[in-house]
Design a binder for this molecule. Structure first.
Ligand code: ADP
Ligand code: MG
Length: 292
């Protein structure tokens, strides 16, 4: 590519809110065979809502939600905001935890009002030896609806299963279709449950899923995609994404992401609009074709 054609190409991209931070990013994007997306906040709105609470025998719904919200008050995860908001909407008084620990990729543990709380994914319950079988049917229903399951255990006993829904962005479906029309494979990488990821991927028509990926496993997920399909473009929004953006053959950060993610990205979509991915793919190909 000549410096002039790259300048013209990157200039045109910038007008569309797509910032190529390095000249060779145009080439790398054109060479990508699979476009992998982070789920939460990238394909989805990233502002989840609590939709349902199922409790086990002896656990009252609002009392359980009050304790769970106390734990989530200490967390930065989007799930935490959903649960806090629900407790507020119900007018519940949320206590302050006596102690708190985040277990990255699993959930949270805390002591609240003299009780031991565990709040998080199925694998947190498995890790802590809590039997989730009594809520297995509810868990399956949530997964099929594309909702994220959040289990709560109180004093070592299964207490509740909360459903958190994070709708897909309006633009996501069209973006996946447009990438397929360009002959590209699509993939989703998420820490979320496999059933939930599958429901969302099926809804959007995404080809491949890497689910239940621990935060430090996203780099390996990119490597697995590369082995399977060829050069990988990764699109992420922020938290936990920086290493994956760096590992990918080309990393695209959606603008609402953290500064960290933007620093490790080759391309920044400043509008936060996913259609920038399609524009970027189109511009890179058009620019390189003009000079070949
Ligand atoms: P992701 O960004 O894809 O959700 P994370 O590694 O942050 O990936 O989290 C993985 C999983 O751990 C989440 O899908 C959720 O099930 C659980 N988890 C993490 N943080 C919390 C939290 N604050 N409350 C409940 N569950 C959590
Ligand atoms: Mg995310």
């Amino acid at each position: 590519a000549t410096p002039t054609s790259i300048m013209v190409g990157t200039g045109r991209a910038a007008e569309q809110g797509v910032l190529f931070r390095k000249g060779d990013a145009l080439q790398s994007l054109d060479e990508a065979r699979v476009i992998a997306f982070d789920k939460t906040g990238t394909l989805t709105e990233g502002h989840p809502r609590l939709t349902r609470i199922s409790t086990t025998n002896g656990h009252e719904e609002n009392d359980t939600l009050r304790l769970v919200a106390a734990v989530e008050g200490q967390s930065e995860h989007p799930i935490a905001r959903a649960i806090e908001t629900a407790a507020q909407d119900r007018g519940l008084t949320v206590p302050r935890p006596e102690s708190f620990k985040a277990i990255s990729g699993f959930g949270l543990s805390a002591r609240v009002d003299g009780h031991d709380l565990l709040v998080g994914a199925t694998r947190l319950m498995e890790r802590e030896g809590i039997d989730t079988a009594p809520l297995a049917d509810t868990l399956a229903e949530m997964g099929a609806r594309g909702e994220t399951p959040v289990f709560a255990a109180i004093d070592g006993q299964l207490a509740a299963l909360l459903a958190v829904a994070d709708p897909v962005k309006d633009s996501s479906r069209a973006v996946i279709d447009a990438l397929h029309a360009r002959g590209l494979k699509t993939a989703m990488i998420t820490g979320d449950t496999r059933a939930t990821a599958q429901a969302i991927a099926a809804d959007l028509g995404i080809d491949h899923i890497e689910a239940e990926v621990l935060p430090d496993g996203k780099v390996n997920a990119i490597k697995a995609l590369r082995d399977a399909f060829g050069p990988v473009a990764f699109v992420g929004d922020g938290i936990n994404d920086a290493p994956a953006l760096a590992e990918a053959d080309i990393g695209l950060a959606v603008g609402s992401g953290t500064d960290v993610a933007i620093d490790s990205a080759d391309v920044v979509l400043i509008s936060g609009d996913l259609s920038g991915v399609v524009n970027a793919a189109h511009l890179s190909r058009a620019t390189l074709r003009n000079i070949r």
